[in-house]
Design a protein around this ligand. Structure first.
Ligand SMILES: N[C@@H](CCC(=O)N[C@@H](CS)C(=O)NCC(=O)O)C(=O)O
Length: 257
């Protein structure tokens, strides 16, 4: 493990290094708006890599969808650095971060000059970028069609009501919360979850016979479902699938920090 390097700036305010064993993918945690020259010395990467070879920056906050991207990067074994955006302090609305993500949302990545946001888009991009890892079915195959189908189903049909429930149970001011909206969204999610429960019966993965980025997308959505109390005992197959996904070392890294 590399020891942190002392810097001539307010270390506690801006930099929270995440120590990673040498030889493991992963990288430093730095504030998003630090000049690059200050960021590079923090990188803890496989011994064979120099810091200059790390090109993947993930804008990260532990309680956000950025965890799914970290999970994916860990699955891929791609070296990366974390640029911490403290949402509790409102750093995601900082003008510097708005240049990265025009909505001021997480996650976003910078990959060797390519700036991307939208978690599912990032996951699909990463799966395609490293075809040798086989985390996406080949283009033009039936499995590829199903891959798109389940990713979009997860993001639009499943995550939308869950995000609404999260807003009305956690994030909105009390006066703006609506039990009616929560009830309606919960009903909608139940219908969606029933489809997923039926799909997963007798299956290990959501698409084909192997783990793909679609499992990361769905795993991330089910993580949200579990957090807002929507992954109940009435969904035993889905819960077992979720548990299997969360037991993966890469997922533990993404969600455990
Ligand atoms: N559809 C987007 C949703 C992004 C999103 O809403 N992220 C949350 C954190 S998980 C956020 O940044 N919320 C604060 C905001 O958008 O102002 C994605 O999947 O990337």
């Amino acid at each position: 493990m590399q020891p942190p390097v002392a810097f001539p700036f307010d270390h506690d305010r801006w930099v929270k290094p995440i120590a990673l064993p040498v030889g493991q993918p992963g990288g430093s945690a730095t504030a998003f708006n630090l000049p690059q020259r200050m960021v590079l010395p923090y990188i803890t990467a496989p011994a064979a890599l120099t810091s200059l070879e790390i090109r993947m920056k993930l804008y990260f906050f532990q309680q956000s969808r950025a965890t799914r991207i970290r999970w994916m990067l860990e699955e891929l074994g791609v070296p990366y650095e974390l640029a911490l955006v403290d949402m509790m302090k409102g750093e995601h609305k900082h003008p510097d971060y708005l240049k990265v993500h025009p909505m001021g949302s997480l996650p976003a990545i910078e990959d060797n000059g390519v700036n991307l946001f939208e978690s599912a888009a990032i996951l699909m991009y990463l799966a395609d970028k490293y075809p040798e890892k086989r985390l996406a079915p080949a283009v033009g195959t039936p499995e590829r069609g199903e891959y798109y189908q389940w990713i979009l189903f997860a993001m639009t049909e499943a995550e939308a009501p869950l995000a609404t429930i999260a807003q009305h149970t956690r994030f909105l001011p009390e006066v703006e919360r609506s039990p009616v909206v929560i009830e309606r969204s919960s009903k909608r999610f139940k219908a969606v979850a029933a489809v997923l429960e039926a799909r997963m019966k007798g299956r290990e993965y959501i698409v084909g016979n192997s783990f793909t980025a679609a499992d990361v997308v769905l795993g991330g959505v089910l993580f949200l479902a579990s957090r807002v109390g929507q992954l109940g005992d009435d969904l035993p197959t889905l819960r077992a699938y979720f548990d299997r996904l969360m037991a993966r070392p890469a997922a533990k890294k993404g969600y455990g920090g």
